[in-house]
Write a protein that binds this ligand. Structure first.
Ligand code: GAP
Length: 448
């Protein structure tokens, strides 16, 4: 099935409407680094919040954590990242471009057809120095995953949270990978944000929990509006598994460049806790009081990228429609993800309308992320809100001055309803939650 939107259109909308800008743009940019603008930062916060809500807030078997980006170098020796977190790198002898050997077809440079060097293993971790002396002994790494911060705190969290297994520890934070071939906009970058859950279970129950989390995570994307047809599950072949994994599934999404990994859900077994116990000399096991036994828990790990999920939500929401002979670009984002929930739009800048419109804005903005816009024609302002995915626009017209009612226009159905200003907050809150709110008793008039 072909993807319906070009990446260029997404990149252009993101730039035009303040979602995502090239990093350090006034200096010509920095390869594969991106900055989130006013709309992007709200969307990103909403993606993270939706994940946190479903993984931590709505469950009593998962707690949160926020660990440091730089960790003791011993962590990366134990986790296997120093030895194994590598990609095979080849370089073109003519144009000197570098490629991931396993990501290109054939033995010639995809750019100029030149001869390639033999592959050598390239470690993807960024190195830096801690303290003022740049020497081998002061090397630290920027974490390539947030997971290790969770494993090394397993003992701390179990003893302080006083929870029993199965127990999940969740973390959202930046990760860094010196990718050989970053690209496809924010799909693969060298700095990105991870949303990771390490779910500790009794050995023997791990396969059941892997199935459970694969389903949970797949359903999360569907619940937030991604079409099922654009998602698929793919189990890793034995030769493809990461060094720590006993089993792994990818949730793939049909991105503009084709099916690609959106999230991985791995069964890490007892690899990490065993390795850290060995390297640190601290016992990392769990005493199961009910079973009267001690064991090293197995770990199920759903690991997603914030930026990559955000890209999938944007691509899936993007649409170009024709309304009464006019083209509109619209983001049909799930309301919980939309950067702006409601826009207050006085019909014009007429001085009689402004005070009431500002009053409505003040009533709404403590409750919802609200925009106020009185520039240009009302049609153009609707188009702008459609393009950033605002689910509701509230219009204040001259009748509003008389009857203290305003019009709510819905982004998707384009339906317009009139609601008393005093009820606006309640109606919008219900609509945002997707609740069937019977506002018909409140509507004085219905417009076309
Ligand atoms: N702790 C396991 C782990 O990190 P991974 O498959 O390497 O597993 C998990 O990464 C997810 O993180 C990916 O499915 C993707 O969403 C995101 N991700 C990984 N590398 C990325 C990169 N260079 N740029 C953006 N997102 C990335």
């Amino acid at each position: 099935m072909p993807a319906k939107v070009d990446m260029d259109k997404i990149v252009s909308l993101c730039k035009r409407r303040g979602f995502i800008f090239p990093s350090s743009e006034i200096y010509g940019g920095l390869a594969s680094c991106w900055d989130y603008g006013p709309m992007g930062v709200e969307l990103k916060r909403n993606v993270k919040e939706a994940w946190w809500k479903s993984i931590v807030q709505e469950r009593d078997d998962v707690v949160g954590l926020d660990t440091s980006i730089m960790m003791h170098p011993g962590v990366w020796a134990a986790s296997g990242h120093i030895d194994n977190f590598t990609d095979p790198l080849v370089e073109c002898k003519s144009c000197h471009l570098r490629w991931r050997a396993d990501a290109i077809e054939g033995k010639k440079c995809p750019q100029c057809g030149g001869e390639l060097t033999e592959p050598r293993m390239f470690n993807l971790m960024f190195k830096t120095f801690m303290g003022p002396v740049e020497e081998e002994a002061s090397i630290v790494y920027l974490r390539p995953e947030t997971a290790q911060g969770i494993f090394v705190n397993f003992e701390n969290v179990v003893t302080t949270s006083r929870k029993k297994l199965p127990l999940g520890i969740a973390q959202i934070g930046k990760s860094f990978r010196n990718e050989i071939t970053p690209g496809n906009f924010i799909f693969r970058t060298r700095e990105f944000e991870h949303m990771e859950l390490e779910y500790f279970v009794k050995p023997g129950t791990d396969e059941k929990w892997l199935d459970y989390w694969v389903k949970e995570r797949f359903d999360w994307y569907v619940k937030l509006g991604i079409r099922k047809d654009n998602l698929r599950l793919r189990q890793h072949g034995k030769d493809e598994l990461a060094h720590y994994a006993r089993d792994c599934y990818d949730i793939d999404y049909l991105f503009p460049m084709g099916w690609s990994e959106l999230e991985g859900i791995a069964n890490r077994g007892d690899f990490d806790l065993t390795q850290h116990a060995k390297h640190s000399g601290k016992e990392l096991s769990y005493y199961d009081a009910e079973a009267g036994e001690k064991y090293v828990p197995y770990v199920i790990e759903p690991s997603a990228g914030v930026d990559r999920s955000l890209l999938a939500f944007l691509v899936d929401a993007y649409d170009e429609e024709e309304i009464e002979g006019e083209k509109r670009t619209v983001l049909h984002l799930n309301p919980s993800l939309a950067p702006i929930k409601v826009a207050v739009l006085p019909l014009s800048r007429n001085e009689k309308l402004t005070p009431l419109a500002k009053e409505v804005y003040k009533q709404l903005c403590p409750n919802f992320v609200t925009d106020y816009d009185d520039s240009q024609s009302i049609g153009r302002r609707y188009r702008r809100q459609d393009e950033i995915g605002t689910p509701f626009c509230v219009t204040i017209d001259f009748e509003s001055l008389e009857d203290k009612q305003v019009t709510i226009r819905e982004r998707d159905s384009l339906a317009q309803i009139r609601v008393p200003i005093g009820e606006l907050k309640k109606v919008i809150a219900a609509k945002l939650k997707g609740e069937a709110f019977d506002a018909s008793s409140l509507w004085a008039t219905r417009q076309k």
